[in-house]
Design a protein around this ligand. Structure first.
Ligand SMILES: NC(=O)c1ccc[n+]([C@@H]2O[C@H](COP(=O)([O-])OP(=O)(O)OC[C@H]3O[C@@H](n4cnc5c(N)ncnc54)[C@H](OP(=O)(O)O)[C@@H]3O)[C@@H](O)[C@H]2O)c1
Length: 330
């Protein structure tokens, strides 16, 4: 099969090689001796893959290895315990090995892909939407009728969070850095869109009538203090990532003054060893697809030969929606 390997940790331009490899066995590292074999049509491209080309991601397999945390395609074989069978269209989280024509995923991380979604959308489903649900609902305790501010709202996690928040019945304010990204946030269903500027916090306070209940933050950096200032009483800032580069620090007196919280949300490591939780989150997100709230927004698409270009889009802050590798185009 054709696959992309990371052969050295020197950044996206030189770290990748397109190679021929033997087909994998139906065994996944999280479920040794067992796994769902998937004929991959589309693979999602995300920050972990970019960081892996530089050796900067927490999961560091020995070189060379095939990156790619999530795929969509057709089941080739599945263990008896799986909820899917050969021929089913699926979205699957494989953690590694997704940038290949065949990938292996644990049964508990493989979900039937509804007809409403194509393979490219399926490749943008698990990482972003499960993170959004985990962060907003399970960590942030978001409730119907509350308000949510989403940073990086035109990105993968951002667009997913806007849609999940709407499905919960919350109102949303999107923060983005350009007009083009504002358009994407609107497509993702944002109720209000605010352009990043020195006054974004004041606009948010005005739009929300004094503050939001939840801030979802995949960006971090300088804006963190203003995120805390954007909360109403009992508000929560959910820390999801640091695309802005720097890791903010909190003066905890701010939390005391308004009775607010900073909540960490690290989806991947938390859910890996909890099969039932992944089934539960998959069912919740599946319901949101069926109800028409979840519809992944696909951004730029690339062939396997252009995997490095796909990573550059993330690196250069150009991504809107989910970046996808068309592993079997057409
Ligand atoms: N905690 C978890 O469990 C979990 C799970 C999945 C992903 N993540 C993390 O969440 C973050 C977002 O992932 P994503 O897939 O949504 O990424 P993405 O699609 O590239 O979106 C990230 C957004 O961050 C903003 N940003 C601000 N400064 C940036 C910079 N210097 N470079 C790039 N982007 C910048 C951009 O929005 P503007 O230009 O509009 O500001 C961009 O749209 C990543 O750090 C990822 O590792 C965490």
């Amino acid at each position: 099969m054709r696959a992309i390997q990371i052969v050295e940790e020197s950044g996206p331009d030189s770290a990748l090689a397109l190679v021929e490899l033997p087909e994998p066995e139906a065994s996944h590292m999280l479920t040794p001796g067992e796994g769902v074999l998937v004929e991959v049509h589309a693979a999602g491209v995300s920050f972990p893959e970019l960081l892996q080309t530089r050796g900067q991601y927490q999961m560091k397999p020995p070189l060379p290895f095939v990156p790619g945390s999530e795929v969509a395609g057709t089941v080739i074989s599945a263990p008896a315990s799986a909820a899917v069978t050969p021929g089913d269209r699926v979205a699957a989280f494989c953690a590694l090995g997704g940038f290949a024509e065949t990938a292996v995923a644990p049964a508990f991380f493989t979900y039937a892909l509804p007809d409403a979604l194509d393979f490219a959308q399926g490749a943008g489903l698990i990482l972003n939407y499960h993170t959004a649900y985990f962060s907003l609902v399970l960590r942030g305790r978001l409730k119907e009728g509350e308000s949510v501010l989403v940073h990086g709202a035109a990105g993968g996690v951002g667009t997913a969070s806007l849609q999940v928040a709407r499905a919960i019945g919350a109102s949303t304010i999107a923060i983005v850095s350009s007009d083009a990204k504002a358009e994407v946030a609107r497509r993702a269903g944002a109720d209000h869109v605010v352009l990043l500027s020195d006054t974004w916090k004041d606009e948010v306070l005005e739009l929300s009538g004094g503050g939001v209940d939840v801030v979802l933050d995949p960006v971090g950096g300088d804006r963190f203090t203003d995120s805390l200032r954007s909360l109403r009483e009992n508000g929560r800032v959910i820390v999801v990532g640091f695309t802005g580069g720097s890791i903010p620090e909190v003066k905890v007196n701010r939390l005391l003054l308004k009775n607010t919280e900073v909540v960490g949300a690290g989806w991947g490591a938390y859910v890996m060893g909890k099969p039932e939780l992944n089934v539960e989150i998959g069912a919740a997100v599946g319901g949101m697809i069926d109800d028409g709230f979840v519809e992944p927004i696909v951004g730029e698409r690339f062939t396997m030969e252009r995997a490095a270009d796909a990573l550059h889009v993330l690196d250069e802050r150009r991504a809107t929606g989910k970046i996808v590798l068309d592993v079997r185009p057409g």
